[in-house]
Design a protein around this ligand. Sequence first.
Ligand code: SF4
Ligand code: MG
Length: 324
Amino acid sequence: MFGLEGAQVLKFEEEYRTLEDYQGSAVRWCSGCGDNGILTATQRLCRDEQLPPEKTVFVSGIGCASRFPHYMNTFGYHGVHGRALPTAQGVKIRRPDLNVFVNMGDGDCCSIGTAHWIHAIRMNMDMVALLHDNNVYGLTKNQVSPTTPQGTITNTTPRGASLEPMNPLAVTLGVTNASFVAQAVEWLPDLMYDIIRQAYHHKGFAFVRILQRCPHFVPGQFGELISNPDDLLLLKHENGMQISEAIGRICKSQEEHDPSDLHRAREFAVLEDKVPVGIFYRNDEVPCYDELCKPERMFSADHRRGVLENAFDRFGIFPREPAG
Ligand code: SF4
Ligand code: MG
């Protein structure tokens, strides 16, 4: 765990925070890595929302994306492979006042971390989970990941990946209590920023899959999508994303989608001829585990008084009953 010095906290309490105030140590991702754009969008969000750095924590597992907390000038926890979500849940349950963000790669979340991911969706604790999906293990040098497209040559699949890739959106939308599911692409930073911002404002577990380039191991990745932006399908709705004129000029392929429609969201998640971007599903009514576990909800005042009185009675000294 790492974070802020006392003097920094005092400074933040007094001043408007600029983008630079949220910038942590020097970034060491490869040049052109899509993680850089995700970092900038997140720092913008922190600045625009004026999130108190001392009340904000970024939690990660292991992987290129997991260096994220080091690059934020907030609190952070760079933890264990696949375990970012239970760590973040521990933080949130103990400190519900904190803004909690989780950064995971596709190997981290969708392979070793899958059990935690499924149950994090079901528990619906209030946090933003960003899946940096570059379809490959980058930090461990180009190994096949659960989202690698079939046939892709990697260091561990020299004859091509044999399995169909996992679809993280379809998985998330299939789990009980899913409450916010979205997809962004990092090469459209303003759109990605809007999506992350909506995720931040959602009360519950907000899952955003971000298609992210890894030019070091997968040169030209998403090249077709980038040169043909109409292969994206922007999901827009008055209760979802509003598309700016500038984005509308780049991506003309758009569709109205009410994010409360789970059935339609699941259809978009498995669409084959386009890549939908935007808010797939949002349900603000799903109960959050962190709310359900609040002591005042779990135990009434009478119940707590009874427990205390029983405990005191164990140590009470009572006059003996007269014999006989
Ligand atoms: Fe980014 Fe890939 Fe370099 Fe990792 S290896 S920092 S994912 S470009
Ligand atoms: Mg990856």
